[in-house]
Design a binder for this molecule. Structure first.
Ligand code: ACO
Length: 401
């Protein structure tokens, strides 16, 4: 290999690692991930235990503070979030300017970024107290904005936080409560939502989290950094896969349900189609979140008495892929998004909202990672490149070209 091109101006060698497949960008104390063994832990606690025994508010606290809370710490944290759950009326004017056909993720990214203008105090953070205030401000307002993207799409009147409710119940009523009508809160639905939010809460240096850290490394404020994370998550190769999975399952169903045909299509290198919800950059074994979600999907559909053909197709598709040498040899397993959309659908959440649900879950992880980056005084992120363009040449006047 000729390394002459790989020299930086300071004389060192530049490593070229497109997609950062083998490049660590930081040291982090937040989330541990072993892709070979299929292990995921937040602050040392296995995801299986958190999903079964904890709740989303506790997990948010854990990610941000490093420890599970005592009862008084948890209630202070909840109250601090509630103190910040009002959103400026002027933001509703920005929302009003969007067509109802706008994708909720685009709307969410814009509204999140606009918080910067309405909350100037939370932008210039220097001390730990500033960071905490910015964090609870965003944790309070983000579910409101997320619910507004749904209500805009549906043409429903906007709704506001109910301080008497817990974080997940409040998010649910923000989305679905209609004026002058009672909203039934089925504990099965709230529990399922809570579990999904826990499972999505952090996942070390994935695409959106790396985006949040990179944008924040220029000392850009928290809200603008998170808005970039929302945009990164939107893509179908990342969080957008949960919407793409259900659309794919519906397509397979309409096409007669022949899963082998679609497995073969995904293997065909002349075809762009990929099995959505399959494969992962880091997991070369079962995604532990997918195991938990698959089991939960079965239980929730059963408890709610829903028969969903899409779930049956998903199971057959998984089976066919896991028996196929193409998927086995490449270690492609179902990821977190393969079964999550089926649960969201059963909970009455429209397909276009699935990635927004993911964003609400990932928010505490993004914030914890952003704070860690700032506390560690990390330098501005600035990768290098290998230049492959033309060598030096002289400018020609337009008449001579
Ligand atoms: N269907 C068919 N083939 C696949 C799939 C798939 N879903 N995923 C990977 N492959 C193949 C690739 O074609 C490639 O084959 P090759 O070696 O013959 O060229 C090989 O497996 C390796 O795939 P890469 O794309 O190089 O792996 P990478 O780590 O870059 O991509 C990714 C990971 C983006 C998740 C990929 O597996 C994918 O596109 N999956 C579908 C989308 C998806 O489910 N995304 C959600 C990920 S989880 C999350 O972000 C929340």
């Amino acid at each position: 290999v000729d390394f002459s091109n790989f020299r930086s101006q300071t004389g060192g060698i530049i490593t070229l690692d497109p997609g950062y497949k083998n490049t660590g960008s930081c040291k982090s104390e937040i989330t541990y991930l072993d892709g070979e063994e299929g292990v995921l832990m937040y602050r040392g606690y296995p995801i299986e235990q958190l999903a079964e025994k904890s709740n989303f508010t506790e997990v948010m606290y854990l990610l941000l503070n490093g420890e599970l809370p005592q009862a008084d710490q948890l209630s202070k944290f909840e109250n601090d979030i509630k103190d910040h759950d009002m959103v400026s009326e002027d933001i509703t004017k920005i929302l009003a300017a969007f067509p109802s056909s706008a994708h909720p993720m685009g709307v969410l990214s814009t509204l999140t970024s606009s918080l910067t203008a309405f909350n100037p105090k939370a932008v210039n953070v220097k001390s730990e107290a500033d960071m905490y205030r910015a964090a609870v401000t965003l944790l309070g307002k983000f579910p409101v904005l997320a619910s507004w993207t749904l209500r805009k799409m549906k043409g429903w009147p906007l709704n506001y936080s109910d301080n008497k409710l817990g974080y997940v119940e409040n998010f649910y009523q923000l989305m679905f409560k209609q004026p002058n009508k009672d909203l039934e809160m089925d504990p099965i639905v709230i529990d399922a939502l809570d579990k999904l939010l826990i499972l999505h809460a952090d996942h070390e240096q994935n695409c959106s989290t790396s985006t949040v850290r990179l944008v924040g490394s220029a000392h850009t404020g928290l809200f603008a950094s998170i808005s970039s994370g929302v945009s990164a998550l939107w893509g179908p190769l990342h969080g957008g896969a949960n919407q793409a999975v259900v659309e794919m399952l519906e397509l397979i169903q309409e096409d007669g349900g022949n899963v082998q045909k679609w497995v073969d299509k995904a293997k065909d290198k002349n075809d762009d189609f990929r099995l959505m919800g399959f494969g992962h950059r880091v997991y070369k074994n079962f995604d532990p979140r997918a195991r938990i979600i698959k089991k939960a999907a079965d239980q929730i559909l059963d408890k709610l008495g829903i028969q969903d053909e899409a779930l049956e197709i998903a199971k057959k598709l998984e089976q066919a892929a896991l028996e196929d040498d193409y998927f086995v040899s490449r270690k492609l397993y179902p990821n977190v998004d393969f079964y999550s959309g089926i649960i969201y659908k059963a909970l009455g959440i429209p397909t276009e909202m699935f990635t927004v649900m993911f964003a609400v879950g990932r928010l505490p992880g993004w914030i914890a990672q952003w704070i860690e980056m700032r506390k560690n005084n990390e330098p501005i992120g600035r990768p290098r490149q290998i230049y492959t363009g033309p060598a030096k040449r002289d400018y020609l006047d337009i008449s001579a070209r």
